[in-house]
Design a protein around this ligand. Structure first.
Ligand SMILES: [Zn+2]
Ligand SMILES: [Zn+2]
Length: 334
């Protein structure tokens, strides 16, 4: 390329650049003419997801730029209990169409009316999957202790597990012994709980779906009906306690801290009583104060004894106890 041509080209480029800059700077979007440049507008609207405008064929100006003027949403597909729906709306100026999903309907919640199959899709690295369930109308014989009963593996590829919950169940928690879902309301029309994402408390949120069982599915586990015998336990507590409560665990039903209030049997001797399941593995007596609770050490039921006599306190201020037999208004220490 010779030197003169190069110079000419540079000159042309400079002039063109200066001209283009001037035209864009001299114009505003609301005015399609100026002293130096009359925009030659496309007849079709240009548009994006939020705005429309008329583009100039000769510069970058966006004339008549404005937000879309939306019409009403028009439903294309209704959302159901099991599927998302969709709808769209149209800008009355440029005819831009925006499509949007409609979320699945929230299922109706309720209680199981009979022994009912329920399924859970869990993270694939879960090995043992438990279901813990509750509801005011569950027969006592079906009560379950934490972490619940083991679910049956239905499909390993899908990490799908199943279980038959008893009538009266209106809430469940799915867990693997260390990680769990939030408290889940039971939805009779939606038999599949899909573990979705962890919340701020590190518990899984779920969404409700449906699973259609197949003939090759294994028989699902279900709770055994088991009425736990109850026994009456007595406790002789320090004179300054205004009441006595019992906290126990290990059975299908356990108590919340600081325990359930006991019945005063003998005000002079400070003896209280309560019924507890015979299969508890630990028991603590407390004064029932929600804060600064005064309590015993961890105690266990002892064969042949039905009474605890609170004695001295240990280094932590927890009462020790000896065992005895309550009979005819008296406790005989063993
Ligand atoms: Zn222009
Ligand atoms: Zn528009």
């Amino acid at each position: 390329m010779n030197k003169i041509l190069k110079t000419l080209m540079l000159t042309f480029a400079f002039s063109f650049g200066a001209f283009a800059m001037a035209s864009c700077n001299d114009n505003t979007s609301s005015n399609s003419t100026s002293g130096t440049h009359v925009h030659d507008l496309e007849t079709e609207w240009s548009k994006d997801a939020t705005k429309h405008w008329h583009a100039c064929k000769d510069c970058d100006e966006k004339v008549d730029k404005a937000a879309h003027t939306w019409g009403e949403w028009i439903e294309d597909k209704s959302a159901t209990d099991t599927e998302k729906g969709s709808h769209h709306r149209i800008c009355s100026i440029c005819l831009y169409r925006a499509d949007e999903e409609i979320p699945m309907l929230s299922p109706e919640f309720g209680a199981a009316t009979e022994l009912t199959a329920i399924y859970a899709k869990v993270p694939t690295d879960w090995e043992t999957v438990n279901i813990y369930y509750w509801g005011a109308d569950i027969e006592e014989g079906y009560a379950v202790g934490w972490p619940g009963n083991e679910m049956t593996l239905v499909n390993a590829d899908e990490a799908l597990f199943g279980y038959k919950i008893p009538a009266g169940t209106d809430h469940v928690i799915i867990n693997n012994g260390s990680v769990q879902t939030v408290d889940l309301e039971y939805a009779p029309s939606r038999n599949l709980l899909v573990l979705d994402k962890l919340n701020a408390e590190n518990k899984y949120e779920i969404y409700y779906s449906t699973y259609t069982p197949t003939d090759s599915d294994p028989e699902l586990a279900q709770p055994e009906y088991n009425i736990v015998e109850k026994i009456t336990v007595y406790a002789q507590v320090p004179t300054e306690w205004e009441k006595a409560c019992v906290h126990h665990w290990g059975s299908a039903t356990s108590t919340d801290w600081p325990g359930e209030e006991m019945t005063l049997v003998d005000a002079d001797k400070h003896i209280y009583s309560c019924e507890v399941p015979a299969d508890i593995t630990g028991i603590i007596f407390t004064n029932g104060a929600p804060e600064g609770t005064i309590q015993t050490v961890n105690l266990e039921l002892v064969d042949g004894a039905n009474a605890f006599i609170l004695t001295t306190t240990d280094a932590e201020g927890h009462f020790n106890a000896t065992v005895g037999v309550y009979e005819n208004g008296n406790i005989t220490q063993l």
